[in-house]
Design a binder for this molecule. Structure first.
Ligand SMILES: [Zn+2]
Ligand SMILES: [Zn+2]
Length: 149
């Protein structure tokens, strides 16, 4: 019997490891969102969401908690997921695009496959982009921390 090739699987988890997930196949795209809502929900300059067909992501361990947000911009819902123990961001589903689910790029066990050469990347809501994430001459840049240890 010829072996049926299995789609590639990639895993990820929250900070404490209570919630784990596996994504099958390649992501549809990566959206780097600079909107004010993503700044607030992530606590930083932008959200980096890896977009999969929802049926290709399976969770294990503790079920993620969720919170439904109504967009000021569109009036439609976004359901955000997070670990009930450590609070780590675990992506969202959205009314505007049924059938897809995101996982934050930083929660993947190995996000190095997410290169713009092989996955479609988009930056959206650039109108509210923050400049403090950029390597400009006005900020100090260190390969590790500025403290020696
Ligand atoms: Zn956790
Ligand atoms: Zn956003």
């Amino acid at each position: 019997m010829p072996e049926v090739p299995q789609p590639i699987q990639r895993s990820g988890q929250c900070v404490c490891g209570s919630v784990r997930y596996v994504c099958a196949g390649e992501p549809e795209r990566v959206t780097v969102c600079h909107c004010l809502w993503c700044q607030r929900r992530t606590g930083t300059a932008f959200g980096t969401e890896v977009v999969f067909q929802a049926q290709n992501i399976s969770f294990s361990g503790e079920p993620p908690a969720s919170y439904r947000h109504i967009s000021d911009e569109s009036g439609r819902w976004l359901e955000v997921y997070f670990c009930p123990r450590c609070g780590a961001n675990l992506g969202f589903t959205l009314e505007a695009v049924p059938g897809v689910r995101t996982v934050p790029a930083g929660t993947l066990d190995d996000p190095t496959f997410l290169a713009p050469k092989r996955v479609k990347f988009r930056h959206v809501f650039a109108r509210t982009r923050r400049q403090w994430g950029d390597f400009t001459s006005e900020v100090d840049v260190h390969e590790k921390h500025f403290r020696p240890r």
